[in-house]
Design a protein around this ligand. Structure first.
Ligand SMILES: [Zn+2]
Length: 165
């Protein structure tokens, strides 16, 4: 059976293969998962200083990255999730500009020190995963149907579909 490909492309994002409905569905998952974890909108400084010490917190921060990148693409916010690039409807190059420092951000607490003012490392990883899914570099969704992350509550569905690629 042919894979069901959406015909309505996300406006402005060159190379996007996900339709608006698909983006909205993934955005809803990220929002509901983030809210359910209950860590709140502003990361606590103690958690930020030790960003790899709590799997559930890490999952919430991953979902934040997915949520904020997709909300930007969907037109629900006008700034990018990592660098705060401002665009009402981000183009492909706006997305790349915003993700430009994601490598440094996601290695905070590992090979880079934690830097005040940067998003949590998992937010960069989630935003990157959402971007790769958006433009079709992977079919692994950035959030599973159970609205979990990929660390403490890692869903086997994501890993099974990643292994199949
Ligand atoms: Zn799941």
């Amino acid at each position: 059976m042919l894979r069901n490909r959406p015909t309505l492309k996300v406006v402005n994002v060159e190379g996007a293969v996900r339709g608006d409905g698909e983006v909205r569905q993934m955005l809803d998952r990220a929002r509901s998962g983030f809210t359910r974890y209950g860590f709140g909108e502003t990361p606590h400084p103690v958690d930020l200083a030790r960003p790899w010490s709590n799997g559930r917190w890490q999952d919430a921060q991953w979902l934040r990255g997915v949520r904020d990148l997709l909300a930007w693409v969907a037109g629900d916010r006008d700034t990018g999730p990592l660098a705060g690039v401002r665009a009402v409807a981000p183009s492909y190059s706006d997305l790349c500009d915003d993700l430009d420092r994601s490598d440094e951000i996601m290695r905070q607490g590992l090979s880079y020190p934690v830097t005040r003012g940067l998003p949590p490392p998992q937010t960069a990883e989630g935003a990157e995963a959402a971007f790769r899914w958006l433009v079709g570099w992977t079919d692994v969704p950035p959030v599973c149907e159970h609205c979990l992350g990929v660390y403490g509550d890692a869903c086997s569905v994501l890993f099974e579909s990643a292994a199949a690629q």
